[in-house]
Design a protein. Structure first.
Length: 174
């Protein structure tokens, strides 16, 4: 089951003297987070942050929250993780929240061979890398378009098109 509230980023510092906060975005870009209607202080959406304004500045998101009007009030929130409601986000076709890919069964898109489960997504400069775990075995798989046949979080599967050598046991059934 998909989580409704997902981590959006962490408040890392204040900005200016009027309580504006600098959020380190845990998303594709700070611009992506500008479409969020409100952030939450908890992962169940019970504590709205009271978002008044958001703008992008130097790769970060600057936000203004209700009731935070001074540096001192802002400093009290330093280190807090903010959550977003997935229902606030309009996702393009073929785009997914990384959280939704964790736990997917990774199979060969041609043979159906089971390689394991997506356990982690590592952000790298060129592309993301999926850490796939199968028992004691671990593999790193580059998440590049031509090596991904199909991603279907609803079905719980990701179909891969690996090149030889990525999986040590290519050709063996698991």
């Amino acid at each position: 089951m998909k989580k409704r509230f997902l981590e959006a980023g962490k408040i890392v510092r204040t900005h200016g003297v009027r309580g504006e906060l600098c959020l380190e975005p845990w998303a594709d870009s700070p611009e992506f987070l500008c479409q969020v209607k409100d952030f939450y202080f908890d992962s169940q959406g019970r504590q709205p942050a009271g978002l008044k304004a958001a703008r992008v500045h130097k790769g970060r998101l600057l936000i203004t929250l209700q009731g935070v009007e001074t540096i001192e009030q802002g400093d009290l929130l330093r280190g807090k993780v903010l959550y977003l409601d997935r229902e606030d986000i309009a996702m393009e076709e073929g785009r997914y929240f990384l959280q939704d890919l964790l736990g997917l069964k990774a199979i060969d898109g041609e043979t159906g061979q089971n390689y394991g489960t997506v356990a982690e997504i590592i952000s790298a400069p060129a592309n993301d890398v999926y850490r796939i775990v199968n028992g004691e075995e671990e593999y790193l798989f580059p998440a590049v378009k031509h090596m991904l046949k199909r991603i279907d979080p609803e079905a719980g599967v990701i179909e891969l098109l690996p090149i030889p050598g990525i999986f040590d046991n290519d050709g063996e059934e698991t």
